[in-house]
Design a protein around this ligand. Sequence first.
Ligand code: GDP
Ligand code: IMO
Ligand code: MG
Length: 429
Amino acid sequence: MKWGISLPSKVVVGAQWGDEGKGKVIDILASRAEMVVRSQGGNNAGHTVEANGEVYKLHLIPSGILYAKTPCLIGCGVVIDPKAILEEIDSLESRGISCDNLRIDPRAHVIMPWHIELDGLGEAARGSADIGTTKRGIGPCYMDKAERCGLRIYDLVNDCFAEKAAAVCALKNKLITAVYGGAPLDAAAIIPEYVGYGKRLRKYVADVSVLTYNAIKAGRKVLFEGAQGALLDLDLGTYPYVTSSHPTAGGFCVGTGIGPTCIDEVIGVAKAYTTRVGKGPFPTELNDAMGEMIRTRGNEFGTTTGRPRRTGWFDAVIVRHAVRINGLTSIALNKLDTLSGIDELKICAAYRMEDGTEITDFPPTLEQLADCTPVYITLKGFDGDLSGCRSFDSLPGNAKAYLTQIEKLIEFPIGMVGIGPGREQNIER
Ligand code: GDP
Ligand code: IMO
Ligand code: MG
C-alpha cells in the first residue's frame, strides 16, 4: 500500500455492493496523491469522509477535494447532474473547501430532468420487480449515451445546448406520455435553467484524458476513485440488480481515457461484513436480530438515499469474485470495529449447490445463484474498543484470527484495516 517509485497510479474499487468505505480510503491515500480522478457512476454514489472533526458526504466530487492543492478530475465515464454538482460545490465552498482544482471532461454525459423522471417511471412500472435504484436518473442517462442521443458537458456549456436539448426533450416526452402515461416535461422552463448551470460549470471543463495521461507520464501519483462496487457492475454483478456503469478496474480506462498500462495498483475496499442497498440477491443476508444489531452498530443507512442497508455476514465468495474481476493487488477491510462484542462470527467460505457440491467462484447468473446456500465457518468473536489500535499486532487475538481466516479464503492479503470512520482510525500493514 505504500507509494513506490515505480507504482504511481492506484485504483480504489468497491469489492462488495458499494458503501465499503471507499471515501475514507481515498481520503487517506489522497494525502500522498497528486491527482484524484472519478471515472464512472454519478450522484448515486455517497462517499463519507470524516476529517478534522467534520463529516463530508461527497456524491460527484472526488474525495481528494479536502486537500486544496490536489487536482480532482471527473472523467468522461461519469454521468453528471449539473444541479447536484453545483449544490455540492456550493456546500463545500461554504465550509471553506475550495473547488478551484475541480475539472470535468467535456465528454461526460449530463443527467437531465427526463432521466430522473424516467428512472422513477421505470421503477414504478416494474412494480414488485423493481431494482431499488437511487432514482437519480443514472440508468436512463447511460441508456441515452449508448443509444447516442445523450447531451454532454460540452453541449451544456456551449450555444448548441438549447437546440439539442429541445429535440431530445420532445423525444423523451413522447416516451414519458405514450409509454408510461406520465406528464410531459416543460422544455421552455428546463432549458434556460440548464443554460444557467452550464454558464457556472464552464470554468471547470477540461480534457481529463489529457490531464491524467500527462500527470502519469510525468511520474505523478494519480489516484482513481471508484464508486459503487464489483457486485453492482453492469456485466459482472448481480444483473439486473446492478448499476448501469462498470465500477470494476477495467472501467477506469474507458471512463478516464487512459490505457491499462497506466494503472499500477488496484486496491479493493471491503467491509468486515456485507451490506447492500436496494433489491437483489444477498446470500449471507441476516434478516434477524443479528442483522439489526450490525445495522445499528455500523450505522448502516445509505449516504445518498438514507435507506436502511441490508446487512449480513462476510461473504468470501463475492470478495474472491472481486479479486479476480478487478485484478486486485491489495485489500482494505473496513469496519472491523463494528463486529466487536459479537460472541460468534460467521464467514461464508463457499456456496453449496442443490446436488451437494460446493463452489467458491461466484455464479454468473441469478438463476444459478438461486440454487446456492452459504457454507459458513464459525469463529470466536472479539470485544473491546479497537479504535485506538494502530498496528495489526495490537488487535485482539480473535480479531487477528478473523482477518487471517478471511485472507485464507479469499487467497489474498489484507493491506489495510479500518477500525473507525476517522482518517487516523486505520491500520496499514
Ligand atoms: P463508500 O460509498 O464506499 O465511500 O462508503 P460510505 O461512505 O457510503 O459508507 C461507509 C460508512 O462507514 C461511512 O459512514 C464511513 O464514515 C464509515 N466507515 C468507513 N470506515 C470505517 C471503519 O473502519 N469503521 C467504522 N466504524 N466506520 C467506518
Ligand atoms: P457508493 O459509491 C451502494 C445501488 C442502488 C441500486 C442499484 C442501482 O456510495 O458505494 P442506480 O441508481 O445506480 O441505478 O441503482 O445500485 N447503488 C449503490 N449501492 N452504494 C453505491 O454507491 C450505490 N450506487 C448505486 O441502491 O440497488
Ligand atoms: Mg456510499
